[in-house]
Design a binder for this molecule. Sequence first.
Ligand SMILES: NC(=O)c1ccc[n+]([C@@H]2O[C@H](COP(=O)([O-])OP(=O)(O)OC[C@H]3O[C@@H](n4cnc5c(N)ncnc54)[C@H](OP(=O)(O)O)[C@@H]3O)[C@@H](O)[C@H]2O)c1
Length: 235
Amino acid sequence: MRILLLGGTAEARALAAGLDGAGLPFESSLAGRVSRPRLPVGDVRTGGFGGAEGLARYIDHRGVTHVVDATHPFAVTMSAHAVEAGLETGVPVLRLARPGWAGRPDASSWHWVSTLDEMRTTAERLGSRPFVTTGRQTLWAFESWSGRDVLVRVVDPLTGAAPDRWTVLEDRGPYAAADERELLSQHRIDVLLTKDSGGSYTCAKLGAAGELGIPVVVLRRPPTQGLGKVAGLRL
Ligand SMILES: NC(=O)c1ccc[n+]([C@@H]2O[C@H](COP(=O)([O-])OP(=O)(O)OC[C@H]3O[C@@H](n4cnc5c(N)ncnc54)[C@H](OP(=O)(O)O)[C@@H]3O)[C@@H](O)[C@H]2O)c1
């Protein structure tokens, strides 16, 4: 047995610790986007494989017998490649995805959207001082807000300069409820934008927004039905 664990998440690190404890041979894989990643225990490789074909070659060359896709729920390209490479090589692919936040009691009060464009227009209706927590890769969708006071939180520095009126915080969870309340109040935030990332690291902002009566716009998870159809699996 040799497991390839596609990671970049807290769940992948927890699984790596479990596999290590069980004495199973595995290697974690990280995309290499984050400059100071939290590293899992065990062997780690970093960087893309070169598409689904590259991943299939990697699986063959390294004698991988099982792939666990424990990437972030919004890392759709990597997940699709894992399924394709699994079909190509005949190696089983297990998807480990943390539950989203839709089951929370306050989820029905949020504004659920399916695209970043819809997110922007919905947020524009709800407020004028947004807190954008959807990640560096989504900021292009909010370019038209360059003349507004926008609070942005990202893990890694932006590659280009942010508009003058934007405040960019570089930070990563876990966050405490009291700190999130303080941050929202201090910046007079009147609308919160988030992905349905799930998990506990970044969920404190949701409770804080609820307590302060700040509307929340949530980007739904990308559909996985297509993947299931391709693989003949239920995901
Ligand atoms: N998207 C998010 O909001 C988010 C949040 C937290 C953490 N992450 C983590 O950050 C990583 C990148 O996310 P993303 O949204 O940019 O992914 P993505 O758009 O689905 O992937 C883009 C490309 O990055 C490479 N890649 C992604 N994950 C990889 C991994 N674990 N190991 C090796 N190569 C990987 C692959 O390149 P090749 O095609 O060359 O193989 C993939 O095609 C993921 O590992 C994910 O778990 C993402």
